[in-house]
Ligand binder design. Structure first.
Ligand SMILES: Cc1ncc(C[n+]2csc(CCOP(=O)(O)OP(=O)(O)O)c2C)c(N)n1
Ligand SMILES: [Mg+2]
Length: 177
């Protein structure tokens, strides 16, 4: 990466008028990430609020390539794209898998584990809004203890969230943050 958080380029890769809810972190995450990568990225996005932000064909709210994957398949699709880019000698593009907490810690965890175990050349980003927001705020494996969602008891979630960084760390990959 040729830039840092204090020197993000002026160019925008997320267009105004997109369908994200006002104030949602997913737009901020994508906006900064795409700037940091100077738009040289292919995104893989499962069903999530981020899909909603990106828009429906034939219109789009982002100016970088985005592949919509099935909910569990994000890391597998990203692995395949990375392998294809390698075969083509394209080292200028970063493959970014960007999933919500549900798409990362619950349904997407097996694909993520496989990609991590193979040390796939993929940048996996989990934007953790702490529930299945896109479908009505159901609890996820990363919803915090005590948080109230549409599928938790009145007094909130009874379980601790999964320790996702520790789970990923157990795969001995080169970078986790
Ligand atoms: C196999 C499958 N099951 C359920 C769904 C319905 N579904 C779409 S998005 C979503 C929740 C996504 O939650 P999360 O990954 O946290 O992303 P967020 O919506 O919070 O951005 C669900 C349950 C689906 N698309 N595919
Ligand atoms: Mg979520």
């Amino acid at each position: 990466m040729a830039t840092n958080a204090l020197k993000l380029p002026e160019v925008e890769y997320m267009l105004p008028g997109n369908r994200a809810c006002a104030g949602c972190s997913v737009g901020i995450v994508f906006r900064h990430l795409s700037k940091a990568l100077e738009g040289k990225a292919i995104f893989v996005v499962p069903a999530s609020c981020f899909t909603v932000l990106c828009g429906m064909y034939p219109t789009a709210s982002v100016t970088v390539p985005v592949m919509n994957s099935v909910f569990p398949g994000t890391a597998a699709c990203a692995s395949g794209i990375a392998a294809s880019l390698k075969k083509q000698g394209r080292e200028d593009m970063t493959v970014v898998a960007m999933a919500g907490d549900g798409g990362t810690a619950d349904i997407g965890i097996q694909g993520l584990s496989g990609a991590a175990e193979r040390n796939a050349n993929v940048f996996f980003v989990c934007y953790d809004n702490e529930a299945y927001m896109n479908t009505g705020t159901q609890r996820s494996g990363l919803t915090p203890l005590g948080a109230q969602t549409s599928t938790t008891p009145t007094f909130g979630k009874l379980q601790f969230p999964k320790d996702m960084p520790a789970i990923v760390e157990a795969h001995h990959i080169p970078y986790i943050a």
